[in-house]
Design a protein around this ligand. Structure first.
Ligand SMILES: NC(=O)c1ccc[n+]([C@@H]2O[C@H](COP(=O)([O-])OP(=O)(O)OC[C@H]3O[C@@H](n4cnc5c(N)ncnc54)[C@H](OP(=O)(O)O)[C@@H]3O)[C@@H](O)[C@H]2O)c1
Length: 371
């Protein structure tokens, strides 16, 4: 089944794997007839979200195999993004041309997938090169069967859902562990959508009186205060003025060695848990460091998912997340400004702005390679 041409002209946005400031557009023919004959499907990417999270995929591209999802020529990489696509050709039994799909894509006009394990709600890309990669990224949702889906909700889903699932799981993990005895949670890159989502979830899940303090750069302080999800907002240069007697947890979204050191040195043995999550400050990332206080530990979402599936049974976690998602997606209307940009030149500009931290935290970028 196809909707027309037997060879398509694919367009890709690529970056230098070891120099993220290098970027280029490439084209390649996609042999639709061969893909269909082999039982594959061709997805045409309609639009996708771009945030610091995608830059972090690139910064950790080698270390965490993010370059391996969508291979490019030697020295270059295709950064993964979350987006919506349409099936434009399909040789896969049960997957029709015209279906709308949500999932993990390169910043490319098209993606050829090998659909398998089809159910009404989803399929898995069984392409050989993806077999050993984390399964969560290989799942494609068939939106016609998602009762929560709406066309108008696509932007919020692309921009926020992949981020706030993690926010929710971190909040749940901390609450589940009694906040390790802490009375406050410090969160870096407080202006990021993931950190704002975390503050939102913490305020709803925290059974105890735990203060949620956002750490941010001076230029983003007013924005974080206006959103109002954090109890307090402190700039990075004022960490030395925080009350170091309060038992604290640090959730590190910035990944910055300088901020991590400042927090650990300030709180020392009153820092009862140090949770590493993100790397928005991708140029000054912390490695393994000998610091006072709890040893920094990477957050591994699948562990908390597995624990809660055990605690709550099938669907329990999903149901709790769905409740928070409904509340959060209504709340973001007051501060999230979605911007739609079209065409390869716009993607290049938006990528470099995101890389250099020039995008306002209030902005949610939706990009499309289509003119
Ligand atoms: N491990 C996981 O499973 C997981 C899941 C979701 C997200 N995350 C991580 O959470 C982090 C936040 O992602 P997001 O998409 O929510 O971010 P976002 O909303 O795009 O965050 C923007 C903020 O990040 C900081 N920032 C961005 N670029 C910067 C630069 N070049 N230099 C310095 N600061 C910069 C600034 O915050 P400040 O001024 O406040 O520092 C900026 O306001 C990412 O590192 C992401 O990878 C991890």
């Amino acid at each position: 089944m196809t909707d027309g041409a037997s060879v398509l002209n694919g367009v890709n946005f690529e970056v230098g794997r070891h120099d993220l400031r290098q970027s280029r557009l490439t084209t390649e023919p996609i042999d639709v007839a061969a893909a269909v004959a082999a039982g594959k499907a061709v997805l045409a990417l309609d639009h996708f979200a771009l945030t610091a999270n995608n830059i972090t995929y690139a910064a950790f591209g080698d270390q965490m195999s993010y370059w391996d999802f969508f291979p490019a020529a030697e020295g270059f990489g295709r950064i993964p993004v979350w987006g919506f696509a349409d099936v434009v050709a399909s040789g896969a039994e049960g997957l029709a041309v015209g279906e709308r799909i949500y999932g993990y894509f390169p910043m490319s006009s098209h993606l050829v997938v090998e659909p398998g394990r089809l159910s009404p709600k989803r399929f898995v890309d069984l392409s050989e090169h993806r077999k050993n990669l984390p399964p969560v990224y290989n799942v494609y949702e068939r939106v016609a069967h998602d009762p929560a889906y709406s066309r108008t909700g696509e932007s919020a889903q692309m921009i926020l859902k992949p981020l706030v699932v993690t926010s929710f799981l971190i909040a749940d993990f901390l609450e589940d562990n009694g906040f390790f005895g802490a009375r406050q949670v410090l969160v870096s890159s407080a202006s990021s959508k993931t950190s704002l989502g975390l503050a939102f979830c913490l305020k709803r899940l925290a059974a105890r009186d735990v203060a949620v303090v956002g750490l941010t750069s001076p230029g983003n302080r007013a924005f974080v205060e206006e959103v109002g999800y954090f109890d307090r907002v402190v700039t990075y240069d004022a960490i030395g003025g925080l009350d170091a007697t309060v038992a604290s947890v640090y959730v590190d979204m910035a990944g910055s060695a300088a901020v991590l050191t400042r927090v650990h040195e300030r709180f020392a043995d009153r820092l009862v848990y140090s949770c590493r999550v993100g790397g928005t400050h991708w140029e000054g990332l912390a490695g393994r460091m000998d610091l006072p206080g709890a040893r920094p530990k990477f957050f591994f979402a699948p562990d908390q998912i597995a624990k809660r599936h055990g605690d709550w049974g099938p669907g329990g976690l999903e149901q709790r997340f769905a409740g928070l998602w409904t509340e959060l997606s209504a709340s973001v209307d007051s501060w999230l400004k979605v911007e739609d940009h079209h065409g390869p030149a716009a993607i290049k500009a938006a990528y470099h702005d995101t890389l250099e931290g020039r995008v306002s935290p209030a902005t949610g970028l939706i990009m499309s390679l289509k003119p």
